[in-house]
Design a protein around this ligand. Structure first.
Ligand SMILES: [Zn+2]
Length: 266
């Protein structure tokens, strides 16, 4: 997918209803089948790429969903589901993406939002994987799950910025609080409780072209402060996180919104 005009950061570029929504767990095979679908939809789905072809026990539809799905949260509990779309699912991967998916439950639609300025003629990309992994891990992950090797600037070993990119990504990864609270003590020691500290991480994201991860980083720090019992700091961080989320998602697109409001309300 290529931009046909200049696109400002924060622009919601595309919005479409999924062709199919499935459960992520063992109920998958019972919940969807190509046989029950009307011809046009079945054809559109069948034309999507299947990187899992030949894997024993994987049906064609299962492979297509695994290759193309966008994770979405459905009420009441934000349970994870998979949505497959005609256009959004075809967006290519880059470890330096310029867009990301968002989920619009009210319109039951998957969309794309630009996370940085995109010039006309530039390919629109998202990241399929955790961008903070080192290159070798990203490479292994992309190859085994999607069957291709990425050749973006962050993945080219002979590019002048390769080593800097590796360092920046690993540093951010080390400084981010884990969702389960592991390593919290290290962060406290390094000063992870200040806004300036978080801002430094955001600056690193900027250098690395990972602006789309800003909200996620701030959310993680808000939860971290909450775990430590620093109520006021957690609330400040949560308000900041909501402002950042609003730039890349519609309200309540992810469970992060409710989690941040809960922190703010104490
Ligand atoms: Zn790459």
């Amino acid at each position: 997918m290529v931009a046909t005009r200049n696109i400002e950061a924060g622009t919601f570029v595309l919005r479409e209803q999924p062709l199919l929504v499935a459960c992520m767990d063992a109920r998958f095979d019972a919940s969807v089948s190509l046989a029950g679908m009307k011809a046009p939809r079945r054809e559109t789905l069948s034309n999507l790429y299947n990187s899992a072809r030949g894997i024993p026990g994987m049906t064609e539809l299962h492979g297509i969903v695994a290759t193309n799905a966008v994770g979405i949260a459905l009420p009441p509990d934000g349970e994870d589901h998979l949505a497959v779309c005609e256009f959004a699912s075809r967006v290519n991967h880059s470890c330096i993406p310029n867009a990301r998916y968002y989920w619009d439950y009210d319109n039951f639609a998957v969309g794309l939002v630009a996370t940085k300025h995109i010039r006309a003629g530039t390919e629109i990309t998202i990241t399929y994987i955790d961008p903070f992994l080192p290159h070798l891990d990203r490479e292994a992950h992309l190859l085994s799950n999607y069957g291709f090797t990425c050749d973006c600037l962050a993945c080219q070993k002979d590019s002048p910025t390769y080593r800097l990119s590796e360092t920046v990504r690993m540093t951010v990864n080390n400084l981010l609080p884990d969702a389960d609270g592991e390593g919290d003590e290290d962060l406290v020691r390094w000063g992870g409780t200040t806004k300036a500290f978080v801002q430094r991480i955001l600056n690193m994201l900027e250098v690395e072209g990972l602006q789309g991860e800003r909200a996620e980083v701030i959310v993680r720090f808000a939860e971290f402060e909450q775990r430590l019992g620093n109520k006021e700091r957690a609330q400040r961080m949560a308000r900041w996180a909501l402002r950042e989320l609003a730039k890349i998602e519609v309200e309540d697109a992810s469970p992060d919104w409710a989690a941040m409001r809960e922190i703010i309300q104490g």
